[in-house]
Design a binder for this molecule. Structure first.
Ligand code: DGL
Length: 269
C-alpha cells in the first residue's frame, strides 16, 4: 500500500550529532511522525568549511532524504541553514518543504522587541552574516553583535559541560566588551542548547538566552497543520544514519538526544 503524503517521513540533517537536539524536540512534540536523521559525520565540522562545500554536502544529503520520500526536510544545522537553505529551495523546487533553523530564531528575536542582541555560532554561520542581515532587514534599529565561538561545539561533543573547562571557555568568549548591554543571546548552533543553563548563569539570569529547538517545533507544527500533513499513523521509531560510523559518535548521541541511539553507517558520496 502506498503511503499517503502526510504519512511520509520528516528528514532531519546536521553535520553530525548536534542536530539531535532538534530531532529530540521534534520527536517529543510529534510522536506520530517518522523521523529519518542524517548526520554527516564524515565531513564535520561544517563550521570550518566554505559555503560552497557545505552547499554541496547539503544537496547530496537532501537527495538521500528525498529518495526516502521525506515530506519535509529540517536543516538542523545553522552552518548549513545559512549556506544552503536558498540553494536547496531552488534546487529541489516543490519536492518537499524545507525548514531552516535560522528564520524561526530571527523571527522570535524580532517579535520579542530587543534593541541589542548577541549572536554566537560557528565561523561559517557568523561569516555568512545571516543573522545580522535578516534581523536588520526586519528592523534597522536593532543592534546585532555577533562573534564566532568555534571551540564550543567540539567542547560540548567531548562532554565538557558544567565544569571548570566549559566555564572558562564560555567566560573567555562571552566577556567580549561588545556584548555589554545585550538583552538577548541567540544560540545559533544546534550544539549550544546543551550549555544554555551555563550561559544563563554566566549572565546572572539578566538576559534571555534563545535557542532554535522550540521555535523550530512551532514552525514545523504551523507548516504541517496548514498543509494538512500531520501524520495520522502509528508512532514509529526514528532511524539514524551517519556518513562515518564510530563507537564514540554513538556514545555521544546520549548527550544530544537524551538516550543512546543506534547509528547506521551510510555512505552517500
Ligand atoms: N551543529 C552545527 C551548527 O549548527 C555546528 C557544528 C559544526 O561545525 O559542524 O552550525
Amino acid at each position: 500500500m502506498s503511503l499517503s503524503f502526510s504519512n511520509k517521513p520528516i528528514g532531519i540533517f546536521d553535520s553530525g550529532i548536534g542536530g539531535l537536539t532538534v530531532a529530540n524536540a521534534i520527536r517529543h512534540s510529534f510522536p506520530n511522525e517518522k523521523i529519518i536523521y542524517f548526520g554527516d559525520t564524515a565531513h564535520l565540522p561544517y563550521g570550518d568549511k566554505s559555503a560552497d562545500t557545505i552547499r554541496y554536502y547539503a544537496i547530496r544529503i537532501s537527495k538521500f532524504l528525498l529518495e526516502h520520500d521525506c515530506k519535509m526536510i529540517i536543516i538542523a544545522c545553522n552552518s548549513a541553514s545559512s549556506a544552503a537553505y536558498e540553494v536547496l529551495l531552488d534546487f529541489f523546487k516543490d519536492k518537499c518543504i524545507f525548514v531552516n533553523v535560522v528564520d524561526p530564531l530571527v523571527n522570535k528575536a524580532i517579535e520579542n522587541g530587543y534593541k541589542k542582541i548577541g549572536v554566537i555560532a560557528t565561523k561559517a554561520t557568523i561569516n555568512s552574516n545571516v543573522y545580522k542581515s535578516k534581523i536588520e532587514s526586519q528592523n534597522q534599529f536593532v543592534e546585532v553583535i555577533q562573534h564566532a565561538t568555534p571551540l564550543l561545539a567540539p567542547m560540548i561533543e567531548e562532554g565538557f559541560c558544567n565544569d571548570d573547562i566549559s566555564q572558562s571557555v564560555i567566560a573567555k568568549y562571552l566577556s567580549h566588551p561588545e556584548f555589554e548591554g545585550i538583552e538577548a543571546l541567540l544560540l545559533a548552533c544546534t550544539h549550544y542548547p546543551l550549555i544554555k543553563k551555563e550561559l544563563t548563569l554566566f549572565f546572572d539570569n539578566r538576559i534571555d538566552i534563545l535557542d532554535s529547538t522550540e521555535v523550530v517545533v512551532t514552525q514545523v507544527r504551523d507548516y504541517l497543520t496548514e498543509k494538512k500533513l500531520l501524520n495520522t499513523g502509528e508512532p514509529v521509531e526514528p532511524v539514524f544514519y551517519v556518513s562515518d560510523y564510530t563507537a564514540s559518535f554513538e556514545e555521544t548521541t546520549n548527550v544530544f538526544y537524551g538516550k543512546k541511539v543506534q547509528l547506521i553507517e551510510k555512505s552517500i558520496w
